[in-house]
Write a new protein. Structure first.
Length: 156
């Protein structure tokens, strides 16, 4: 059974990712997201199949670089613990480091650009478009911005 890592930051990105939960049953899966009051309860449902990164936003410019660095270190640990064959992500910043690491080590990357963006690129989308093995957009209008992407329709 293929090992698949599903990773997303908390909030809308995680909500989108969790819409793919029917896929979880088909793979040896693992989930990584940020640890917040709203995500801590996922441990009850997913047990050892979920791990957490440090929650941080760019709204806190002083602490964010330190949290991002910490997440990069944790991402290295989680990557080698899980050893995924595929990484599926809806973004955002939480997903970047582990996707970059995965690409270096030959993991296939599947990125789904967020439903929230209909006319603009996300920062994570700009980064991962360069090397994702499959880049999916949820709006046809996004194909103008990402011409090599695949239109997949809405997750919701």
């Amino acid at each position: 059974m293929k090992k698949v890592l599903f990773v997303a930051s908390t909030g809308g990105h995680l909500s989108e990712l969790m819409m793919l939960n029917d896929l979880f049953k088909k793979y040896d899966y693992h989930i990584i997201t940020e640890k917040t009051k709203t995500t801590i309860g996922l441990k009850e449902k997913y047990g050892k199949r979920i791990d957490y990164l440090i929650y941080g936003t760019k709204d806190h410019p002083f602490s964010y670089p330190f949290k991002l660095f910490g997440n990069c270190i944790k991402s290295i640990y989680f990557y080698f613990k899980i050893k995924p064959e595929f990484i599926v992500t809806t973004g955002a910043h939480t997903a970047g480091p582990i996707c970059c690491l995965g690409k270096i080590f030959g993991t296939r990357i599947i990125y789904i650009e967020t439903f929230a963006n209909m006319h603009t690129k996300t920062i994570t989308g700009r980064l991962l478009y360069k090397f994702a093995d499959l880049f999916i957009v949820q709006w046809k209008s996004m194909l103008k911005l990402y011409p090599k992407a695949t239109y997949g329709g809405w997750i919701y």
